[in-house]
Design a protein around this ligand. Structure first.
Ligand code: ARG
Length: 332
């Protein structure tokens, strides 16, 4: 068989998976049994994939490095030989929206995978159960402001589950297997700190507030994460930092962003995109990835995650938001 990809595919995997590499990698399997065929299934089935590959375990990044390396370099602008630089500590930042006119909420999340388990693309029900048990035991040990309650999905949670079943990209990657079993959400008492269990990564750890206080949201995440790391060890390596299911999240695995209402820039998208690109930010619709902008509310967050520290991400987002708000004010 020649390339498994449709000719019309624009994905990074299609671009970099030469026939030669494909032939070399297709017979390999990680110790846990993850193969290239599984890694690229989502990209093969979804012709509109931008990336087209997921890892099944930490070893995937080494065993299939001939395809992961060019994809990671292209997506993250990461040069060969580069090593991720972490730098996570509390920050002080001014309020980016002192008039409280534009920013509706602020959210910072990171992804984490527990060491010793396969990623969500490659988990049997039994392994997922064991993982859920391990994480729930750790959550029960969270102190003071981070203590809270874990609710397992059973399809009947009041107000709906904290996250939905994954999209078709995740579905083809195996991430939805046995859904909603062993999925759940944890809310700290004050609701500012929450954790998704077994969505795209084992844990999505989120700090969120209905304010523009980026530093407070970031610092709260830092503390909560520190508390969690007392009882859980997460998968990481020197080169890529935190190891995640999707290569787009490697490094800090951090997405820091806001919901911001930009009535004028909504009608001047060229200018908005120019600023967003300048600060290497990403624009999403109101409901997140692959959604539309409603009532001029944009989701603005960092695009860079690898080869940049957590502190640098949040500082750059802060500067970008100030520039966006300035442009919104001056927009005719
Ligand atoms: N696999 C999809 C693609 O290649 C999504 C990648 C980024 N999004 C994510 N949720 N990891 O286009």
């Amino acid at each position: 068989m020649l390339s498994p990809f449709d000719e019309t595919s624009q994905s990074l995997v299609k671009k970099y998976l030469s026939q030669e590499i494909y032939q070399r990698l297709k017979t390999r399997s990680t110790v846990a049994g993850f193969t290239l065929e599984k890694a690229i299934r989502s990209g093969v089935e979804n012709v509109d994939s931008a990336i087209g590959i997921y890892a099944g375990d930490p070893q995937s990044y080494q065993l299939f490095s001939e395809i992961f390396v060019p994809v990671i370099r292209a997506y993250h602008g990461f040069a060969q030989g580069d090593v991720h630089c972490a730098g996570f500590s509390p920050v002080t930042l001014s309020d980016p929206d002192p008039e409280k006119k534009y920013i509706l909420s602020t959210r910072v999340r990171v992804a984490r995978n527990v060491e010793g388990f396969n990623f969500t693309t490659h988990l049997s029900l039994q392994e997922r159960q064991k993982l859920e048990k391990t994480v729930v035991a750790a959550l029960a040990l969270l102190p003071g402001p981070f203590s809270g309650e874990y609710t397992a999905f059973d399809g009947a949670v009041a107000g709906g589950n904290i996250f939905n079943k994954g999209d078709r990209f995740q579905d083809a990657a195996g991430i939805n297997s046995d859904f909603p079993k062993c999925r759940g959400g944890f809310y700290a008492k004050d609701k500012r700190f929450r954790i998704w269990l077994n969505e795209e990564d084992h844990l999505r750890i989120i700090s969120q507030e209905t304010s523009a206080d980026l530093a407070a949201v970031f610092n709260h995440l830092y503390s909560g994460l520190g508390a969690l790391e007392k009882s859980l060890t997460f998968a990481r390596n020197k080169r890529y930092g935190h190891l995640t299911t999707c290569p787009t999240n490697l490094g800090t695995s951090m997405r820091a962003g806001v919901h911001i209402r930009l009535k004028k820039l909504n009608n001047n998208r060229t200018l908005l995109h120019k600023i967003v690109d300048e600060y290497q930010l990403q624009l999403r619709g109101t409901g997140g990835e692959n959604t539309e902008v409603e009532a001029a509310v944009f989701d603005v967050s960092n695009k860079q995650r690898l080869g940049i520290s957590e502190v640098a991400i949040v500082s750059k987002l802060h500067r970008g938001l100030e520039a966006i708000i300035e442009a919104e004010k001056n927009c005719g």
